[in-house]
Design a protein around this ligand. Structure first.
Ligand code: GLU
Length: 277
């Protein structure tokens, strides 16, 4: 029995070594390497109007989509050679570390905790966390008013819900779903009292259901959006940072913003400065 097991383990080790050498043994391709083969796989959101949205016909629209395409172009890849892949908040780091995407542009805040597993180019946008409630709600005016055991929805793998609980309202009841669109449905049918995430995301949903939902209070965190990519892929990160700088400098950033998020009435803010950490 003992012998059999060690033989099996031995075979397993050999099989792993063969797989590793077949892949070059050096893990997934860098974004620049994928681009030099003429293709990129980019993670975006599929359900966030104005930012990352998969339309019924299968096309993709939103500010993050425009940023993703501009960066791809600067890496030498035409839009038709980008494969977009859904990158829900709880899966983003894993999609990158598994090499399933070359980079992610998906309302993805740069945080120290995430930097343990992935790297970020950018920021390309500065958002802030806010609250969305039903338009006729009068008792929720900001994060402090969520005490009193209100039901608050956010997305697992994102930080907003926990921030409210930790900083403002210990007795708030958190409900975490996989997507913000699921939270918005829960808000519309009264299953939760409020949805929390970045103001720019909430603005897209408020615009989608005019007269039904509203944003309350001022933004209460800073959310710098980065382009997530494999940790240690410094060459790609430097090129993507250059692309973001160019997008801001040549006016494409502001144009893309107005053409996408602009429809929600969210005013175009000053662009951020890229942080080459
Ligand atoms: N920007 C926040 C985050 O990256 C919230 C938005 C999101 O989950 O995509 O967690």
């Amino acid at each position: 029995m003992q012998i059999h097991r060690s033989i099996r383990v031995g075979i397993g080790v050999v099989a792993l070594a063969v797989v590793a050498s077949a892949c070059g043994g050096s893990g997934p391709k860098s974004a620049v390497e994928s681009a030099s083969d003429g293709k990129l796989t980019v993670g975006i959101k599929y359900d966030q109007p104005g930012l990352g949205l998969r339309n019924p016909g299968g096309s993709f629209t939103g500010f993050d989509v425009e940023v993703a395409k501009y960066v791809a172009d600067k890496l030498g890849v035409e839009p038709q050679n980008i494969s977009f892949k859904e990158a829900p908040s709880p899966q983003r780091e894993t999609l990158i570390t598994n090499g399933e995407v070359d980079y992610i542009v998906a309302t993805y805040s740069i945080t120290d905790a995430r930097k343990q597993r992935v790297d970020f180019a950018g920021p390309y946008f500065l958002a802030g966390q806010s609250l969305l409630v039903q338009a006729n709600n009068t008792d929720i005016t900001g994060p402090e008013s969520l005490s009193d055991a209100k039901k608050l929805c956010s997305v697992s793998g994102s930080t907003p819900a926990q921030t409210v609980k930790d900083r403002y309202a210990r007795d708030v009841q958190l409900q975490e779903f996989d997507t913000y669109s699921a939270c918005v449905e829960a808000l519309r049918n009264g299953a939760v009292d409020a949805v929390t995430t970045d103001d720019i995301i909430l603005a897209g949903y408020a615009a989608r259901y005019p007269g039904e939902l509203k944003i309350v209070g001022e933004p209460f965190t800073e959310e710098p959006y980065g382009i997530g990519l494999a940790k240690g892929d410094d060459e790609s990160r430097a090129k993507i940072n250059d692309a973001i700088d160019e997008m801001i400098a040549d006016g494409s950033w502001e144009r893309a913003f107005n053409d996408t998020v602009g429809a929600s009435g969210y005013p175009v803010p000053p662009p951020p400065t890229v942080d080459r950490y």
